[in-house]
Structure formats: C-alpha cells, structure tokens
Design a protein around this ligand. Structure first.
Ligand SMILES: [Zn+2]
Length: 473
C-alpha cells in the first residue's frame, strides 16, 4: 500500500482553495443578478487566510524545485496565482479595499452606490448627469486618500516579498517604468484617435448647445452608439453571436452557458463557477452597439472558460493576468466592430448608415481608452505616495483636453475593488491588437481565426502568461 499523500502533493491546497472559491463565486453571482445572497464572510476570511499563509507558500516553493516537471509546473502555477491575487486578498489590504468601496457607495438616495455611475452612463438629462458627477467627485475626494493608503500598503507588502513596489510585483516592471509605458501608450493612442474624439465633442456641442463636459461624454457616446447601431437588437444578440461564433468553429448552443440580463446596472461579468461545467454571464445588454459589444465581450469570457482544457486548479481558469483575459474578451468584442461581419448580417444598411455606425463605435472606443488611461494614471501616481489634486487635474487635461469640472474624481468606480484593475484594460488592448495583427488579413469571423484563437489564447487557460503570448512569433 502506498501512502495516499504521495499521489497528489497539492491535494490539501486544492481542497482548501475550492472550499472558499466556489461559495464566494456563487454568492458573487447571486449578488450580481439579484438573487438572495448568504453571509460568506467566513469563506472570505478563509480566502484571506489562505493567501496570507506562509506555510502554503513554503510548501509551494519546495514543490517548485521537484524533480518531476509536472509537479514543478503546477507549483509554479499556484505561486503565480498567489502572486496575482494574493497581495490584494492579504489581511493588510482587504480591509482598506472595503473602505474604498464604502466611500464610493455614498449616502442613501437615488444616486446611492451605482446610481451615480448609471446617471453619467446613460441619463438623457444633462442636469441629472451634472448632479451625479458632483456626487462622484465628493465621494472621490474622500476615497482618493484611502486609495493612496492602499497603494502605499501594497508597496510595503510587495517589498517584503522582494519586489521594488506593488506595480513591479503585479506587472513585472517597477513603478517608474510601468508609468512611462502607460504614458507613452496613452499619448500615442489619444493622438491617433483625436479625430474620433473631436467628432464626439462636435456632436455633443450641437446637441447641448455648449461644449460637453466630463458629465456628458459617456451618455452622449452611448446614446450615439445606440442610435447609429439601431439595427443591433438585444433580442437578437444570442442568435447573432451564435452565427458569428459558429463560423469560427464554436457551438454556443452546445456550451450550455447560463445568461442573465441585468438591466439598470452598468457593465457585466462572466463567472467561472466551476470551469468548464458551470459557466455564466450577465450584463446590461441594451439595443445598439454598446450593448452588443458588452454581450460579445462577456460571451467571449464564457466561451474562453468553456474552452480551457485543464480541469484542475490552478490552471482551469482564465489567465491570472487579466490583461490577457480582457484582451480575449475584446477579440470577441471586435466582431461587432468588424465591417465585413456587419455587412454580412445587415445587408440593407446604406453606406451612410455604415459610416455613421463606424464613427459612433470609434467615438465610444476612444472615450473608453481615455477613461482607462486617466484612471490608470491616477492610480499609478498614488503608488508614488503622492496625492496632489493639481497634478491629477493636469492628467485629466492631458487626456481629455479639459480640466475635470468639479476636481479630480474616479468616475468608473466599480473597478476600485481590485488594485490596478484598469491598468489591465489598457494593456489588454495590446493583446487584442496583437491577435488581430497576427491574423495577417484573415477574416476575424472565420474558421482559421477561430482555430488560432482557440489554440493560442483559449485552450491554455491559466497556463498562458502575457509575456509568453506577446513574445510568441
Ligand atoms: Zn471583461
């Protein structure tokens, strides 16, 4: 008889991880779709304890030196997972994040929690949007010092593990280098898309009779993209995406993905409750481009989860680097921006309608890039321990062309739960572009592109790293 403990040296770690991961995931899903939730605080504590447990790190470091390559590889995967998720779940960080989220929740009332975000996202009433922006600025003023506090605490934690700072631990580049990279990427992108940005502002000025402000851009842009994308009906998203993905070799019907519509909440998310068996997504999928883009993006995450070949943690998951998985989501999102695909589905569109649609999608895309760049630069500057409102306003001016109407704010505050969340979105654009460039003219909605997507980006799951993907020839 052999000792069972020799068979799987990771058994205890896997069991411990699954014991909190599954109930927390189910509960997060229920909260997101408005189903009854349970108190999972003991699971959250178990998660913090797991990610803070030095004994687990020590065991994994030992296994990472195993003579058996499979064991070595799996141990390295666990260590990467702990590196990516571990610091933000650490006992010295999680309580600060809770305070950040609380500060942005605001006081009870119609703008409470996501209400303010929803108003600037889609309210047709300019005064209501202005009120919401003012409220977001008030909350941000309380929140930004706490965000700085978290950044400083994360640096300390990262330094205790041998990194220069948290940005170094998370991105592989020390803060200064990562900041320079983001500044260069953002400046280039903003410069390249300035005509799209001008078009949005000109259109806004015509509608409002004055120059649009930071309270107006998002609602103007989503309304324009809905108008110009009038042919994209949310009731058709399932069949539209099913047909597109079938051409790429994916059978969405057979995937048995649970989908829920969550109107009244901006954004959406995919949940790998148990990959690959139990995969779900929800979102605010209104008619028009923005709703369709969200649908294809979240469906993309879900298809990704279904396509991961590994069935055991830590690898039966999306890549740990969210820049990589978000890049994949946007490869699916690129279908809706693909002129050939739009023409193939909507042959009746006139050239003018098509032109207007493309202009509206580009305006929304450049607005999103600008928000991502602004919020990333704000957060990166806080890792320097410096909170200078004047400097934050200057960043806003560099990115949007004007200073923030009511002072520095963090408008898309749903992303504050995770450090450097938006940084990953900025980098994810490189993943999407790299994939599309490597197609070298092959149609995106076709069998070859689907096959390359599956093999290179989806199937490897959490085994894939950003560095590896970008370095590949
Ligand atoms: Zn996503």
């Amino acid at each position: 008889m052999t000792a069972p403990s020799n068979e799987n040296p990771f058994a205890e770690i896997e069991e411990r991880y699954e014991s909190f991961r599954y109930p927390i995931a189910i509960n997060a899903w229920n909260a997101a779709v408005g189903e009854p939730t349970e108190d999972v605080s003991h699971h959250e504590q178990a998660q913090v304890a797991f990610f803070s447990d030095d004994a687990v790190s020590a065991l994994l470091k030992k296994l990472a030196k195993s003579p058996d390559p499979a064991t070595r590889n799996r141990a390295e995967g666990w260590l990467r997972l702990r590196e990516q998720d571990g610091m933000q779940e650490h006992e010295s960080i999680a309580p600060i994040t809770a305070r950040i989220v609380e500060a942005m929740r605001g006081d009870p009332g119609p703008l409470h929690d996501r209400g303010a975000l929803m108003a600037i996202y889609s309210s047709p009433d300019a005064d209501a949007r202005d009120e919401a922006l003012k409220e977001i600025q008030r909350r941000s003023e309380k929140m930004l010092p706490i965000l700085r506090q978290r950044s400083v605490a994360l640096n300390k934690l990262a330094q205790s593990e041998g990194y220069e700072d948290f940005v170094h631990a998370q991105t592989g580049m020390p803060l200064r280098e990562a900041t320079a990279q983001i500044e260069a990427m953002c400046a280039e992108n903003i410069q390249a898309k300035s005509a799209d940005w001008d078009r949005l502002n000109e259109r806004g000025a015509t509608i409002l009779g004055r120059a649009p402000t930071d309270a107006d851009w998002t609602a103007l842009s989503t309304a324009w993209s809905a108008e110009a994308g009038f042919f994209l009906k949310s009731d058709d998203f399932y069949s539209l995406s099913g047909r597109a993905l079938k051409k790429m070799g994916f059978d969405v019907d057979a995937m048995n993905i649970q989908i829920r519509s969550t109107p009244g909440r901006p954004g959406g998310a995919a949940y790998g409750i148990s990959i690959p068996d139990d995969v779900r997504f929800h979102g605010h999928f209104m008619d028009g481009f923005e709703g369709a883009r969200g649908w294809f993006h979240e469906l993309g995450h879900a298809v990704h989860m279904k396509a991961v070949t590994d069935t055991k943690p830590p690898f039966n998951d999306l890549p740990f680097e969210r820049a990589l998985s978000e890049g994949v989501g946007e490869v699916f999102g690129a279908i809706v921006r693909d002129g050939d695909w739009v023409r193939s589905e909507f042959a009746d569109l006139s050239d003018d309608e098509m032109k207007e649609y493309i202009a509206a999608t580009k305006a929304l895309d450049t607005l999103v890039v600008r928000f991502n760049c602004y919020q990333t630069r704000v957060e990166l500057s806080l890792y320097e321990g410096d909170l200078d409102p004047e400097r934050l306003s200057t960043m806003h001016e560099e990115i949007f062309g004007v200073r923030p109407k009511y002072g520095p704010a963090y408008p898309i505050y749903i992303y504050l739960g995770r450090p450097l969340y938006i940084w990953e979105y900025v980098i994810s654009a490189v993943v999407t572009e790299t994939f599309i460039n490597r197609l070298d003219g092959l149609p995106l909605v076709g069998p070859e592109a689907g096959e390359i997507l599956r093999r290179k980006l989806l199937a490897p799951g959490a085994r894939l790293t950003l560095k590896e993907y970008l370095a590949e020839q």
